[in-house]
Design a protein around this ligand. Structure first.
Ligand code: NAD
Length: 441
């Protein structure tokens, strides 16, 4: 089979590379000339564990290629994936301009039957808009080429994207024709070896499934953050409560960790877009509105603890920040809670020294020189008034606390992810603040 993947970002590059890995002939297309030039030289635009080796291997085997030229690359393809960004518009709805631009380009240049598959996260009804855009372009050039549209939302997690793609919990595909279902079955067959289900459904349901999944996960996070905040007030320990409820199989132990609010490129925008879709159609998503509100509030929780501890006197203080990316194992800084916390500290005249294993370059695009970047986590601690644990990278879990103590000016730790044990930290002589645990007295 031959496929094109249009949009070579986190989703498109992983999708294209994983299809190439199982022997499919893939062209990854992007409008960003630099990105494609770099990819041709083996330089990846993103950090994703294991991806670089896989890109190299498949490029060498000539199953994976990169191009800015959709017009030629689309010719002869069985499937064209649309994997471009769908950022939030000003009103919170998903902006479909990139998706529809690609649909029009496909309509202008396709030469044979192709299944046009939306992999980007898009609201219900988008596949119809994609179909209309293609039909209009075909009509303009007087071409009568059959095609199908399909919806195949992506559930990969940054940081574990390759495994998620190669060994998916499930693959969801929305189709409106037998022919499209057959093509998509053939395409995904290599990924079903271990019994992972390929679930076919109608297109609107597939489009909705992605939003429902992300909205449910965001809800779990906000729910736990709300419980954590109440635990603090009531003198309970959310870590215990989490274990207590997580052992109930109906609840499950995943995604119930409190913290400093969800971020990233998906949850914030997808929750907003679903609220917007509903309101446009006369329905109010009351739960999700609260999920969003709790999350906004949670992004300030760590700063408020810092501000209280230092009695509002933050000017001139130095803060070591461990972790910048919105979660571990990615360099993605989109909507990262670290940005909110750092900006609040800077506004108060504090100094920030940050370290992240992979996201410092990406972070510098937003933060510039307003913060100092450490060469490792320990360097950020020199003369620090406090340490802020913001992203739970594995390497931050068990630092040498003797060295940490020695380097810091003041032994105060604000743990935004509850990765340290409060009692142990206090035994080691640290003033320790976690989320939803008994606060330092
Ligand atoms: P991204 O910003 O990393 O990549 C998008 C790419 O599309 C960019 O390289 C951009 O240059 C390219 N592009 C834009 N317009 C184009 C055009 N007209 N022609 C060709 N290329 C074009 O975005 P992403 O994180 O990969 O997300 C893509 C979609 O997948 C979004 O809808 C997102 O919600 C969804 N999604 C993302 C994730 C994730 O973890 N990042 C997971 C599941 C779903």
């Amino acid at each position: 089979m031959r496929i094109a993947v249009v949009g070579t970002g986190y989703v498109g590059l992983v999708t294209g590379t994983c299809f190439a890995e199982v022997g499919i002939d893939v062209t990854c297309i992007d409008i960003d000339v630099n990105k494609i030039e770099n990819l041709k030289k083996g330089i990846l635009p993103i950090y994703e564990p294991g991806l670089e080796e896989m890109v190299m291997r498949n490029t060498q085997k000539e199953r994976l290629s990169f191009s800015n030229d959709l017009a030629t690359s689309i010719q002869g393809c069985d499937v064209a994936f649309i994997a471009v960004g769908t950022p939030p518009g000003e009103d919170g709805s998903a902006d479909l301009k990139h998706v529809l631009a690609v649909a029009r380009a496909i309509g202008q240049h396709m030469t044979n039957y192709v299944v046009v598959v939306t992999k980007s996260t898009v609201p219900v009804g988008t596949a119809n808009k994609v179909r209309t855009a293609i039909e209009q372009e075909l009509e303009k050039r007087g071409a009568n080429i059959p095609f199908d549209v399909a919806s195949n939302p992506e559930f990969l997690k940054e940081g574990a994207a390759i495994d998620d793609f190669l060994k998916p919990d499930r693959i969801v595909v929305g189709v409106a024709s037998q022919r499209a279902e057959e093509v998509m079955s053939k395409l995904y067959k290599p990924f079903l070896m271990n019994g992972h289900p390929l679930i076919f459904m109608d297109i609107p349901s597939a489009e909705m499934t992605k939003y429902a999944a992300n909205a449910m996960l965001a809800t779990k996070i906000s729910f736990m953050n709300d419980i954590a905040n109440l635990c603090e007030i009531m003198g309970a320990d959310v870590n215990m409560v989490r274990k207590g409820i997580g052992s109930d199989v109906r609840i499950g132990n995943k995604f119930i960790y409190p913290g400093i609010g969800y971020g990233g490129s998906c949850f914030p925008k997808d929750v907003k877009a679903l609220i917007k879709t509903a309101s446009e159609n006369g329905y109010e998503m009351r739960v999700l509105k609260s999920v969003e509100e709790v999350n906004e509030n949670q992004k300030s929780v760590l700063f408020n603890k810092i501000n209280n501890h230092f009695k509002g006197e933050l000017a001139g203080k130095t803060f070591a920040v461990w972790g910048l990316s919105f979660k571990p194992k990615t360099d993605d800084m989109r909507e990262a809670p670290s940005l909110v916390i750092i900006n609040k500290l800077l506004e108060q005249g504090a100094k920030v020294k940050a370290y992240d294993p992979v996201a410092m370059k990406e972070a510098s695009h937003t933060l510039g020189n307003t913060v100092e970047y450490g060469k490792d986590e320990y360097e950020t601690l020199i003369d620090a008034d406090a340490l802020l644990l913001v992203t739970e990278w594995p390497e931050f879990r068990s630092p040498n606390f003797n060295v940490v103590s020695r380097l810091m000016k003041d032994k105060v730790v604000f743990d935004g992810r509850n990765i340290y044990d409060a009692a142990e930290m206090r035994e080691k002589g640290f003033v320790y603040y976690g989320i939803g645990v008994k606060q330092q007295v």
